[in-house]
Design a protein around this ligand. Structure first.
Ligand code: PEP
Ligand code: MN
Length: 352
C-alpha cells in the first residue's frame, strides 16, 4: 500500500503513521527521493487503505499489491538516475558499457579498457567470477581479476561493473567495483538480492532468461526493500524457440518497464544474440526503443577469448557501434553521455 502524506504533514504525523503501521504488524519504508510517500507492507496480510486514510496528515492511500511497490512509477513518478562511479544511468544521456566477458589478464583488460575509453564508452565491464554452464570452463580470476579491473579504472577513469555470484563474494566485489552485477541465473537468488540491497554500491540486475516483467521487478524490489535504491535493470535476452540466436533480445520489455517502473533499463545484445554480427544492429535497436544504455562484450581478438568470444565485438567494431548508436540515440533525444558537457552545464548554471 502507498501512503501519500499531505504537503503540510508534520514530522510528528509521519512518526505516528509509522507507529500505527508497526503496531499493526506492518513494515513501513520511505520511498527514496520522495519526502512524503511511504510504502506499507505486511507479509501475513495486506494493510487496508481505509484504516490508514483517516490518519492525521495523510492525503491519500492506495492499494498496489503488485509486489514491486518501491520500484513502481506510482510510488516514484520521476525517472531514477543511478550514478555508477559518477556516470549517470537513467538520465537524459545514453550510456555504453563495454568490456570483456571475463577478465583474463592485466594486458587484455587494459587494452580493451583503453579502446572502450577512446571510442567514448562510459563504463567498463568484466567478470572476475563467472557463472559458467560447465564446471570445467574458465571460472574467472577471482580477486586477481578485481584488482585488474581496479587498475584499468585507475588508468582510464572508467567506472567498473562486475558480477558477484553469491552472498560470500559481495564484500570483496564491493571493495573493488563501482557497481555490482547480479547475473541472469541469480535473478531469483533472494539472499543475494537482499545482500546487495544492503550495499552502498549500485546494482546492475540482469533479467532471468525466463523471467516475466513481474518477476524481474519483484527481484529489483528485494534490493530496494533493503534500502539500496540504486538499481539498474538489464534486459539480456530470454529463452525462446529461436534457432538462429542464443536467446531473444526482448526489446518489448523496455517500453513496458518504462511505463510501470522508474528504474533505468539497459540492454545487453551480446548475451541475447550470442552472435557478434547482431551486436551492432541490436545496440542501435536498444537506443531506438528507449533504453537508457547498452552493455556489450568487447575483445581485441574475440576469437581467442576464454569466454563468450562468439558474442563479443572486436575493438574496431566497438568504434563503429559507438558512432552508430550515438546517432540513433541522438535521434530520440538521448545524446551519448559526455562528462565535459555536464561540467560545462554546471559552469553555465553557476554563471547564470
Ligand atoms: C555476463 O554479463 O557476463 C553474464 C554472465 O551475463 P548473464 O548473467 O546475462 O548471462
Ligand atoms: Mn559473457
Amino acid at each position: 500500500m502507498l501512503v501519500i502524506m499531505r504537503a503540510d504533514a508534520s514530522q510528528e504525523q509521519m512518526r505516528l503513521l509509522g507507529e500505527k503501521a508497526v503496531s499493526e504488524g506492518f513494515r513501513v519504508r520511505a520511498v527514496p527521493g520522495r519526502d512524503l510517500v511511504f510504502v506499507v507492507t505486511g507479509e501475513r496480510r495486506a494493510p487496508d487503505p481505509a484504516t490508514f486514510a483517516g490518519q492525521a496528515g495523510v492525503a491519500e492511500t492506495r492499494s498496489l499489491r503488485h509486489g514491486y511497490e518501491l520500484a513502481s512509477r506510482e510510488a516514484h513518478p520521476d525517472d531514477t538516475i543511478v550514478a555508477v562511479g559518477g556516470v549517470p544511468v537513467g538520465g537524459r544521456a545514453f550510456v555504453v558499457v563495454g568490456g570483456p566477458c571475463a577478465v583474463e589478464s592485466l594486458e587484455q583488460t587494459l587494452a580493451v579498457a583503453r579502446r572502450v575509453k577512446a571510442a567514448g564508452g562510459h563504463i567498463l565491464r568484466g567478470g572476475a567470477f563467472k557463472p559458467r554452464t560447465h564446471p570445467y570452463s574458465f571460472q574467472g580470476l577471482g580477486e586477481e581479476g578485481l584488482k585488474i579491473l581496479a587498475a584499468a579504472r585507475e588508468e582510464t577513469g572508467l567506472p567498473v561493473v562486475t558480477e558477484a555470484l553469491d552472498v560470500d563474494q559481495v564484500d570483496m566485489v564491493e571493495r573493488y567495483a563501482d557497481a555490482i552485477q547480479v547475473g541472469s541465473r541469480n535473478m531469483h537468488n533472494f539472499p543475494l538480492l537482499r545482500r546487495v540491497g544492503r550495499s552502498r554500491k549500485p546494482v546492475l540486475l540482469k533479467r532471468g532468461f525466463a523471467a516475466t516483467l513481474e518477476e524481474f521487478l519483484g527481484a529489483a524490489e528485494y534490493v530496494l526493500a533493503e534500502g539500496n535504491d540504486q538499481v539498474v535493470l538489464c534486459e539480456r535476452g530470454i529463452r525462446t524457440f529461436s534457432d538462429f540466436s542464443r536467446n531473444t533480445l526482448d526489446l518489448t520489455i523496455v517500453p513496458a518497464l518504462k511505463q510501470v517502473s522508474h528504474l533505468p533499463i539497459i540492454v545487453d545484445p551480446s548475451h541475447a544474440a550470442g552472435r557478434r554480427d547482431m551486436i551492432v544492429p541490436l545496440s542501435r535497436a536498444g537506443a531506438a526503443v528507449g533504453a537508457d544504455g547498452v552493455m556489450v562484450e568487447v575483445y581485441e581478438d574475440p576469437c581467442v577469448a576464454l569466454c563468450d568470444g562468439a558474442q563479443a565485438v572486436a575493438t574496431d567494431d566497438f568504434d563503429l557501434l559507438m558512432r552508430q548508436v550515438g546517432r540513433v540515440a541522438e535521434s530520440v533525444d538521448r545524446p551519448l553521455y559526455k562528462k565535459a558537457s555536464r561540467t560545462l552545464r554546471a559552469v553555465a548554471g553557476s554563471v547564470a
